[in-house]
Design a protein around this ligand. Sequence first.
Ligand code: NAD
Ligand code: ZN
Length: 367
Amino acid sequence: MKRINVKVGPTGYEIRIGSGIIAHAGSWLKDYVHKDHAAGFRHKAAIITDTNVKGLYAGQLERSLAAAGFYVTVLEVKAGEEQKTLETASSLYDRLAASFAERSTLILALGGGVIGDLAGFVAATYMRGVPYVQVPTSLLAMVDSSIGGKTAVDRGKTKNLIGAFYQPKMVIADIAALKTLPAAELSNGMGEAIKMAAISDVKFFRFLEENMKKAVALDPGVLEEIVYQNARQKAAVVVKDEKESGQRIILNYGHTIGHAVEAVSGFTLKHGQAVAVGMVAENKIARRRGLLSDVEAARIKEVLLSAGLPVNLPDFSREEKEKMHEAIKHDKKVVNEKIRFVLLKAIGRPVVVDDIGPDFIGEVLFD
Ligand code: NAD
Ligand code: ZN
């Protein structure tokens, strides 16, 4: 098992990564709880999970917590982004209240990023905040969403409109859970993992190039290393910039164009796929600006392909291309009509460039 200490807030918290570690959750969390409370006190825990993950892992987690002396309630939410709403949060508040959840009740977010964001938001707001633990089960949640303390729900068409920064007490990433993850979801998470390597660490990038076949075949050792390297890098960025004012911007590599592609595709492309397309398109801009070399751009494309990710813009109609261009122009990173991009000078060396005009982008993307 690997551990990473995330030094945010008064005490910080640990990310633990390993195979089969859901079984240890109860004893680890009992220790944590006992630091704060008198011995002999039986604690309550509420597992929030979705309809896909419940049958697979909620039993294990529940048994582990119960064996450690927790009273456990399992609250299930239908799987899917459509559930990441205030309405679902409200129903969870009601169900928590009905099961007598108190200020000390521990919430466990067991699932992908949807459950992590939703249960994290509920934990941040129920009774002005109860402790919570992330137990990510999708690769995307392990490498990205469970780390950093961003919690949110969507509202109308706007993703993550309502939310809070709220740090978990622990993140427990059980690599064994990835065995049941659909292949498309594994690729989805790999998009973010490749992004992280490309912006932060050429050695980790080389590891991905050399091991992507094994990763796609679910080799647990390789997956553990990928999750560990990602979590380490993301934790480092988050510690420097807990509330997202500066440093975190580099995590947006591939995302300015990626978000536009994702939206114009009507979300038929998953986020990780859209980011893959976004990275390749933004690399084109970097090449035109004399930053990234052709050889390194090709390496990034190659590793994305080996992870089963798309690298070309979808076959958009003229109208869709215009929409995409508009979406980029209205991205939140636009300052004085110039669009701010995180581009690569080289693998592992991102730069923030904020003097790129919209015409230049159109020229590069739709030539
Ligand atoms: P998800 O939670 O919908 O999970 C994807 C699918 O995989 C779901 O159907 C889920 O039920 C299933 N699943 C999860 N784990 C499984 C397992 N082990 N075995 C079988 N099936 C499993 O989506 P996601 O891709 O994990 O997360 C996307 C969400 O994360 C979005 O809402 C996004 O906004 C959010 N996000 C948040 C942050 C952040 O910093 N908070 C960062 C990135 C993304
Ligand atoms: Zn992303």
